[in-house]
Write a protein that binds this ligand. Structure first.
Ligand SMILES: *Cc1c(COP(=O)(O)O)cnc(C)c1O
Length: 462
């Protein structure tokens, strides 16, 4: 206790750091309020460390830490090289957009647009009219609706169709998607009551049938998008649930999550496509815009016009509307699908690139590192789809493995370097899967790796 109080006394005040010469200079460029907050944060952490008996670092080190946080914050989002091989990496922003969509979003951001106005009549229109027409064309659905993200789409559908009613969901589908999207919580927030059906590994049609009452407002099927139930399992097909829903006059909503519009070669059979779910007779189907679809963040609902209409009328629809940049990017991506150019979308390209082409890129990377490095070698690896799509489905890929004692330290340096790089670490190995690295990024990636390996021994910081 006494010792830590002594240590605490060595910690400077926020004002002392702000008033120092470097503090003043940084205030002038970054702004005093931001710098002050960052200093407070660093000093709080330092106090916590002294309570554990750690000697506080010198004042200039503390200020440098605060400055680093403040300038990273002022810089904003930083583009990174994704060498993890996870194509739809939620923490790295999921789908990179095609150039056309980027331009469309930038145009919408920069100027006034006909966002909610019909240029023929001069009358007020809807912001997602164009995207909805594209979606109904592509899926054959009667109607479509676009909201901010798929979590919002599920919330909206539950609130609009099943408030104060029961919603039947299989116990095997009570999923949590990274980032606090949990079906039971969304259900509670919507005002609908969750009725769990069946067991974790086996749910039969009969389980749904016996759970149906006059209070049932909806049957919900959720694609278990980030895990797989394997072994002794059973679940009724979407088509079977459609039959049951029809017979009982209850709508059937299928949350696909991943946003596969239709099937293409290489998609595992257990990954449902929107067109198939609609052909099976699902009343509503919802999915994300920035997963397998390869577009911007969005929540897309397609299906029966009367039900989509009820969603559209609900107040939550207004609260979760898409912004104009999302709309512009989504229109552009959907137009690419409509014109048959969707294989050029970055996500599709990355997922479909043949392993031997990826291998050539890995060899280029190894070549660029060679001479400077001995421990680097090209090896086969497995990429993942990520983003809650195609769980358990590995894509054969190639990468460069770097054997070094301080692999964690190396990865940390790469993350904070310029360009910033994210790789995989497996014990004493850093692994760079180049499926998710564009050809033009290879020289930058090589440079970043060589730079991160320079200087002090990697062991020292570990
Ligand atoms: C990803 C996912 C969601 C959430 O979608 P967001 O677009 O991230 O809000 C909901 N349901 C399922 C099944 C998903 O896979």
């Amino acid at each position: 206790m006494g010792a830590s109080a002594g240590l605490r006394r060595k910690i400077p005040s926020v004002d002392a750091l702000l008033r120092s010469d470097p503090g003043r200079r940084a205030s002038a460029t970054l702004g005093r309020p931001l710098l002050k907050r960052c200093i407070q944060q660093v000093l709080d952490e330092t106090r916590a460390a002294t309570d554990r008996g750690a000697e506080p670092p010198p004042d200039d080190v503390l200020l440098a830490r605060a400055l680093a946080i403040a300038s990273r914050t002022a810089t904003g989002l930083t583009p990174v090289i994704n060498a993890t091989g996870v194509v739809l990496h939620t923490n790295l922003g999921r789908a990179p957009l095609p150039e056309e969509a980027v331009k469309a979003a930038a145009r919408a951001a920069r100027s006034y647009t006909d966002l909610e106005i019909d240029r023929e009549t001069g009358k007020r229109g809807k912001r997602s009219t164009r995207a909805e027409l594209l979606l109904t064309s592509l899926t054959g659905a009667e109607a479509a609706l676009v909201v901010n993200n798929n979590a919002a789409a599920v919330l909206l559908a539950l609130a609009a169709l099943a408030k104060r009613k029961d919603v039947l969901v299989s116990r095997g589908e009570l999923i949590e998607i990274g980032g606090e999207f949990r079906i039971p919580d969304i259900m509670a927030a919507s005002g609908a009551s969750l009725v769990e059906v069946g067991t974790t590994n086996r749910t039969r049609l009969q389980d749904y049938r016996s759970a149906l009452t006059e209070k049932t407002g909806l049957i919900l099927k959720v694609h278990p998008s980030n895990y797989r139930v394997v072994g002794f399992t059973a679940a009724p097909s979407a088509a079977d649930l459609v039959q049951l829903a029809r017979k009982s006059g209850v709508p059937f909503l299928y949350d696909l999550g991943s946003g596969l519009l239709d099937r293409w070669n290489g998609v595992p059979p257990d990954e449902p496509a929107a067109t198939e779910a609609l052909e099976d007779g699902a009343d509503l189907v919802c999915f994300s815009g920035d997963k397998l679809l390869g577009g911007p963040q969005a929540g897309i609902v397609v299906g029966r016009a009367d039900l989509v209409g009820r969603l559209r009328q609900h107040p939550i629809a207004r609260a979760v509307r898409v912004d104009k940049m999302q709309v512009a990017a989504l229109e552009s991506v959907l137009a690419a699908y409509a014109a048959g150019h969707h294989d050029d979308l970055p996500v599709r390209r990355m997922l479909r690139e043949p392993a031997d082409r990826v291998r050539q890129r890995a060899q280029q990377l190894a070549g660029a590192l060679d001479g400077d490095l001995e421990g680097a070698h090209v090896r086969p690896v497995e990429s993942a789809v990520g983003g809650g799509s195609m769980p358990g489905h590995a894509i054969p890929s190639w990468g460069v493995e770097l054997k070094t004692r301080g692999a964690d330290v190396l990865a940390a340096r790469l993350r904070t370097g310029s360009p910033a790089v994210f790789c995989r670490v497996d014990r004493d190995r850093a692994i760079f899967d180049v499926r998710t690295v564009a050809p033009e990024q290879i020289p930058h990636l090589a440079r970043a790796i060589l730079y991160a390996l320079e200087g002090d021994d990697l062991d020292d910081e570990g």
